[in-house]
Design a protein around this ligand. Structure first.
Ligand code: CTP
Length: 410
């Protein structure tokens, strides 16, 4: 089952310069799989055009000029009933104030008031306006009614000479992430999921290390997917170029030993562990305190094994906890993965194929075989890492439910 976007989104542009980005948001939402309809306030059309919005939305734009149809339809009612989620991007200070006061004077606030099921505001304004107690009180009021917010963010402001500040509308990609979050069923609510990601670095002097090309994308996708499904998520990450996912507690580590300690201290809180990190199996016996000068001839580095984190978690696993590991194999994949599953006392293992071009290190895609202790194999096929993560979380969800039922029966 894919959890790629599904749902109906009304994107409403308010009257700010950030409305320039609204067509990009519509496009990104459609690319993510959502059905969209665009609406714009009269003022928004000073900053973007109806044509740009219509092309991006792939359909007509709801404007105030066409608010009431000659045959008697009212657009605010139709949009409010159609949408699973209404995204106001950009949301202006005035728009927030009208919504908080229940003033249905324009198409956007009328749609909000007409009962749009859920509303996500993406504010964009001058930082003073954002920080003003009036705006903050309006935001609080809307939040109390269950409305959600994304941004504003800190960065360069649109008006010339205004420099930087907290007032930029979040980028379309970030807004899409929040949309996904709001529309994902919260089937992991109440659970804590501990995820590892990325490589580890085993230093033999302060600037040189043994590592591997893991990008961390698989583990980050798992952390984000678990967050969107309502879990509390702790992500223990080796060095990556990826930004910290919002709404996730991120613990950055470098060495396998640090990852081991970080995991062990948090394991008791975890209902499930997704061990996606590519932990280096070896570390140099010694780390020289200074950079080692170049020497002529053959040089050797003595290596010792790093602690096997997952095996240790398997030893400490308590009834009810779910452990998922990964196996990266270039040959005899299923047998070797199965052996690791047994040895480390796992509930599930995801077998990867690092030498297949499309699912190699760093790819946006992955293809895994999910093997359980009964030997059953589920082949995911090539999918986005997010979809693979969701499939693993579906299995974790079922395992947690089963373990809970077993415990209740005891
Ligand atoms: N793993 C771990 N600690 C290590 C090495 C691996 O926790 N020191 C975890 C990985 O995160 C992965 C699983 O164990 O979830 C299997 O990793 P893999 O490298 O494929 O297996 P190894 O047990 O290291 O065996 P080998 O390298 O011999 O294939």
């Amino acid at each position: 089952m894919s959890r790629s976007g599904s749902g109906r989104i009304v994107v409403a542009a308010g009257g700010g310069v950030a409305a320039l980005k609204t067509p990009f948001l519509l496009r990104r939402l459609r690319e993510a799989g959502y059905e969209v309809r665009a609406a714009a306030s009269e003022r928004a059309l000073r900053f973007t055009t109806e044509t740009a919005l219509a092309v991006a939305a792939g359909g007509p734009v709801g404007t105030e000029a066409r608010w009431f149809a000659p045959e008697g339809g009212a657009l605010h009612l139709e949009l409010a009933r159609w949408a699973d989620l209404m995204v106001v991007a950009p949301a202006t200070a005035a728009g927030l104030a009208r919504a908080a006061a229940g003033l249905a004077e324009d198409l956007i606030t009328a749609t909000v008031l007409a009962g749009a099921r859920r509303v996500l505001w993406a504010p964009a304004m001058n930082p003073e306006m954002w920080h003003h107690p009036a705006t903050q009180a309006n935001v609080e009021r809307l939040r109390a009614w269950g409305h959600a917010f994304v941004g504003p963010e800190h960065g360069a402001l649109a008006a010339v000479g205004e420099g930087e500040g907290l007032g930029r509308m979040s980028e379309p990609e970030t807004i899409v992430e929040h949309v996904r979050h709001h529309l994902t069923p919260k089937d992991l609510e109440g659970y804590t999921v501990l995820v590892t990601a990325g490589p580890t670095r085993e230093y033999f002097d302060p600037v040189r290390f043994i590592s591997n090309p893991s990008s961390g994308k698989m583990g980050y996708a798992a952390a984000e997917a678990a967050r969107d499904r309502g879990a509390r998520v702790v992500l223990v990450s080796g060095p990556t170029h990826l930004p910290d996912p919002w709404g996730v507690e991120v613990v950055r580590v470098e060495r396998a030993q640090e990852m081991y300690e970080a995991m062990l201290t948090r394991f008791d809180e975890a209902d499930a562990v997704v061990m996606a990190a590519a932990v280096a199996d070896w570390r140099p016996t010694e780390t020289a305190p200074e950079k080692t000068p170049k020497q002529a001839g053959v040089n050797t580095v003595e290596l010792v094994p790093t602690p096997d984190i997952l095996a240790e978690l398997g030893r400490r696993k308590k009834t009810g906890q779910v452990l998922v590991g990964f196996a990266m194999e270039t040959q005899q994949g299923r047998e070797r993965a199965r052996a690791k599953l047994d040895k480390k006392r796992l509930d599930l293992i995801a077998l990867n194929f690092p030498t297949r071009a499309q699912s190699a290190f760093g790819s946006e895609f992955n293809e895994v075989e999910l093997i359980d202790p009964s030997g059953h194999v589920e082949v995911t096929g090539l999918r986005s890492k997010r979809d693979v993560a969701d499939r693993i979380l579906d299995r974790i969800h079922d395992l947690l439910a089963r373990k809970e039922a077993e415990r209740n029966a005891q």
